[in-house]
Design a protein around this ligand. Structure first.
Ligand SMILES: [Zn+2]
Length: 298
């Protein structure tokens, strides 16, 4: 019974709940900076507990060293670069946006639309930007060492979604935030999107069997995303979407093979067999020593 619920209903229920929770908190005027942390701090322990109780495969269960590193990524690598970027550039970019609107003579954001229509518009734009940012991280040789860290684990559990190098965070969030600020996207709309994408990111990396049916053509579901962590390059260079999969479908990078069991035992990780130091410091220095940890150089 629980397994059937997790397999078919858990994903759509969580995605809908994160949107409803965001809307409810907006309604009750919860301060905007609190909303995404409240959603994340509810979703993380729930996902973590569920994958301990109902794992898809024991091969993907975390080890202690990786978990400690991932907790540090969650609390430091994601938060500090984003806060720093906001502090340094928010005023500058929003001032440029005001100038731009003045020069054009009209608003770049459809602020008269209903909130959910604005959210849909924002999701389409952000996901288009994110798609090309993520694709560049895989296909531009200079950028890959920044992102390889996220793909280095041979295990697969919800906290992997938070394993990001701080320099990559500045690159990805910096481009997205700059474009959204220039467009004049309301903070409430961005908060709703971030709440949904934080939930999706945790679920994408869960070690729980989920089958998402028709949603596999709309959202970047857990069932699709695990193939993005395959050690086969042709599979990891696919399914780039954060929340939506439609840009992958349009640009020809959506895949969904049917033999997921192939990934359970040694099917995930870096494509060339590169092994990494999984301490937090090892993760931080990884892009800068990348040349030296390649198997060819040993
Ligand atoms: Zn990736």
């Amino acid at each position: 019974m629980v397994n059937t619920f997790l397999k078919y209903a858990f994903y759509p229920l969580m995605l809908t709940s994160s949107l409803v929770a965001g809307l409810t908190m907006l309604h009750f005027e919860v301060p905007l900076p609190w909303i995404v942390p409240i959603i994340s701090l509810t979703v993380i322990p729930l996902c973590f507990w569920l994958e301990l109780k109902f794992p898809e495969t024991p091969h993907w269960r975390f080890d202690k060293q990786e978990l400690v590193s991932d907790v540090l990524h969650a609390s430091l690598s994601n938060t500090i670069p984003t806060a720093l970027f906001r502090a340094l550039f928010f005023g500058l970019v929003t001032a440029a946006a005001v100038q731009l609107e003045g020069a054009l003579g009209y608003s770049l954001w459809p602020e008269h639309w209903p909130l959910l229509a604005q959210l849909l518009w924002a999701v389409l734009i952000i996901e288009f930007i994110s798609y090309w940012i993520h694709r560049s991280l895989h296909t531009v040789p200079l950028l890959w060492p920044l992102h390889a860290l996220h793909h280095a684990s041979r295990r697969y559990y919800c906290m992997i979604g938070l394993r990001k190098h701080p320099v990559q965070v500045i690159y990805t969030y910096g481009i997205r935030l700059t474009i959204l600020w220039l467009l004049g996207t309301p903070a409430a709309v961005m908060t709703l999107y971030l709440g949904m994408v934080a939930t999706n990111s945790m679920m994408q990396h869960m070690n729980v069997p989920m089958r998402c049916g028709v949603l596999n053509w709309i959202f970047a579901t857990p069932q699709l995303h695990r193939w993005h962590h395959s050690k086969e390059v042709v599979e990891s260079n696919s399914n780039y979407g954060d929340l939506l999969i439609i840009w992958d479908a349009i640009f020809g990078t959506r895949i969904l093979p049917d033999n997921v069991e192939r990934l359970y035992d040694e099917g995930l990780g870096l494509p060339d067999g590169t092994k990494v130091d999984n301490s937090y410091w090892g993760h931080l220095k990884m892009p800068f020593v990348w040349k030296h940890i390649q198997p060819d150089n040993k």
